[in-house]
Design a protein around this ligand. Structure first.
Ligand code: AMP
Length: 604
């Protein structure tokens, strides 16, 4: 964490500062503290940062500050590997520029209708955020002009490389004016990314947030994988299912401290918030109440909880992932005080998985995956806790007045002790019902792609997704087409673009991934022939997506995708596809049977 720096010390224009304050941001994240001054000074930048570190604001805020609002032509272009990221980055720009008059940002990604995109382009936007394929299309068609461009950002550059977009990225870079500023962000720095940086960045400042190794003892650490919209539900379950004395919940913004403490308060928890807006007296009073047991839960930002030392805290919940391992260690150090044992739970969205691994690495301790308490567990806990209260009451209280009443009622109501007890229990549990197993449906672990906090509804076509896929952060980073074992039913499809059109496997992956919104994990072997190619895709692609893929162009060829019959007639019959390692006696292009899972992917 940046110890003392505030946003107002960063020389950002008032309109942007106001937006940041209204969003509830208290202090710049480490990557922001490092990147903002450099980008504000007009320097090129190479940043190693993962999702969850605040990298979007790290480039969006300073570039917006350098924008000329009077000019309604593209001045900033952000290239992002997926439509989800493009939408999210565009939303972030919109949020940060909300007090900048006449500001327009436009996301441009594959799968969206050209008609709408052209209309929006004609209206004019200062910021364009797009996937490389679609941006290149618009450049080719002459519908996007970049001559007024002041800055270009390559976001998740390693992902763009992995998805086969890097040639497109190079072409786009070459089409931008010579004097523009370049900012490149990448979670990893493979050699190809460094090469691009060397070619296109001038005296680039390189920033990387070092994760200091520090160990934490006596604290059990676990994480839950979930989507942002599942967090509140997950939080209430954790608070019900876990044993703790007092708990501190960490969030990123002041507004979140207030919102969550209000919601927990409404559910009957003794809770208060702790944020940078509170004066010292209020802050101290809250801490005193926590120590005295008048409240059990505190919802805090990092800065507000700095140095907090309360022995009662036995559970730390990282509701929002911390920006780096240092912040994480600081947070979980709020428990396990005075030699006691503590527990820490971290909420992670699939996109933040890489940051989770970084934290694990830096703390040299595994953070174990946990599943959320089920309805049955919560029901059991409520029953046990009630029984405990009953036992204590029977032991400690003088109940003679109530015993007399019971004797009286048993006679008057002509009923049994068991019926009376059951009816009383029914009335007593009304505020916190005991019979709740079914009221807590299972919270399913989300897929890796597309988890963004403020994501709007999906675009115009349904998305294709499958369960049990490997997560983004675990993907091998060897090259654009890593070999991997595929699971599930796959078919081989034929697409009408081949080697003679200059196509490469990466182009096909990129086009299919973005146009059909099929995650590249589900794109199997690709074989390139002279006039066409084959590609293995899940057998259960929805017809709608399949129809759309027919119309997609790659290297100026319409894919016209069809199920591969294996015959490969005409001139291609005797061809051996690039990368096919079968013995020459094997029938060329036979491919796996429909329905069989392909075992390996061809690498370029
Ligand atoms: P990113 O790493 O850019 O995907 O950002 C992750 C999340 O952190 C987003 O929801 C941002 O709104 C939030 N965020 C970024 N910077 C800050 C900050 N300085 N204070 C609080 N929240 C932030």
């Amino acid at each position: 964490m940046s110890e003392s720096l505030t946003f107002s010390q960063l020389d950002l224009p008032d309109a942007i500062l106001r937006a940041v304050t209204e969003l509830g941001y208290e202090t710049p994240s480490p990557i922001q503290a490092a990147a903002i001054p450099k980008l504000l000074a007009g320097e090129d930048l190479l940043g190693q940062a993962q999702t969850g570190t605040g990298k979007t604001a790290a480039f969006a805020l300073p570039l917006l500050a350098r924008l000329d609002p009077a000019q309604n032509e593209p001045q900033i272009l952000v290239l992002a590997p997926t439509r989800e990221l493009a939408i999210q980055v565009a939303e972030a720009f919109q949020a940060y520029a909300r007090f900048m008059p006449a500001f327009h940002v436009l996301p441009l990604y594959g799968g969206q209708s050209y008609t709408n995109q052209l209309k929006s382009l004609k209206r004019g936007s200062q910021v364009i955020v797009g996937t490389p394929g679609r941006i290149l299309d618009h450049l080719d068609r002459g519908t996007l002009q970049l001559d007024k461009l002041r800055a270009i950002v390559l976001d998740e550059a390693d992902e763009m490389l992995r998805m086969g977009f890097i040639d497109d990225v190079q072409t786009i870079m070459d089409a931008t004016p010579a004097g523009r500023q370049v900012a490149m962000f990448s979670a990893t720095m493979p050699s190809q990314i460094r090469a691009i940086a060397q070619k296109h960045l001038k005296n680039a400042q390189e920033i990387k947030i070092e994760s200091k190794t520090s160990t934490v003892e006596r604290i059990t650490q676990r994480y839950v994988m979930l989507d942002s919209n599942q967090k509140l539900d997950a939080l209430t379950r954790v608070l019900e299912g876990e044993e703790y004395d007092a708990s501190i919940i960490f969030v990123r913004t002041k507004s979140a401290t207030e919102e969550i403490s209000e919601k927990l308060g409404a559910r009957g928890y003794a809770v208060a918030c702790l944020n940078g807006d509170m004066n010292q007296a209020n802050r101290e009073q809250t801490i005193r109440r926590l120590k005295a047991g008048q409240i059990d839960i505190i919802v805090a930002t990092d800065v507000a909880a700095r140095g907090l030392d309360v022995e009662r805290i036995s559970l730390v919940i990282n509701y929002d992932i911390p920006y780096d391992s240092e912040a994480y260690v600081h947070r979980i150090g709020r428990t396990g005080r005075a030699g006691r044992l503590g527990k820490a739970i971290l909420f992670v969205s699939p996109r933040e998985r890489r940051l989770l691994r970084t934290i694990e690495h830096a703390t040299r301790q595994p953070i174990e995956k946990m599943s959320l308490p089920t309805g049955e567990v919560i029901e059991q806990r409520r029953i046990e806790s009630f029984r405990e209260q009953l036992a204590n009451t029977i032991e400690a209280k003088n109940l003679s007045f109530f015993q007399d009443l019971i004797n009286d009622w048993r006679e008057k109501l002509e009923t049994t002790d068991a019926d009376l007890a059951a009816a009383l229990l029914f009335l007593a549990q009304k505020d916190q019902p005991l019979n709740v197993a079914k009221q807590f449906p299972e919270i399913r672990e989300p897929h890796a792609r597309g988890d963004r906090p403020d994501r709007p509804e999906r675009g115009d076509r349904p998305r294709f997704e499958r369960g049990d896929r490997p997560e983004r952060g675990d993907r091998p980073e060897r090259g654009p087409r890593p070999r991997r074992e595929m699971q599930g039913n796959y078919n081989t499809y034929r697409i009408e673009v081949g080697k003679e059109h200059g196509v490469r496997a990466g182009d096909i992956v990129g086009a299919i991934a973005n146009e059909a919104n099929i995650d590249s994990q589900f794109i199997g072997n690709i074989k390139l022939f002279d006039h066409f190619s084959t590609v293995e895709l899940p057998a259960d692609i929805p017809t709608e997506i399949f129809q759309h893929l027919k119309k997609v162009y790659v290297r100026k060829q319409k894919l016209n995708i069809s199920v591969d019959t294996g015959g490969h007639g005409g001139g291609d019959r005797a061809e051996r596809p690039a990368g096919d390692r079968r013995p020459s006696s094997a029938p060329a292009g036979a491919g796996p049977r429909p329905g069989a899972a392909p075992k390996r992917r061809t690498r370029e």
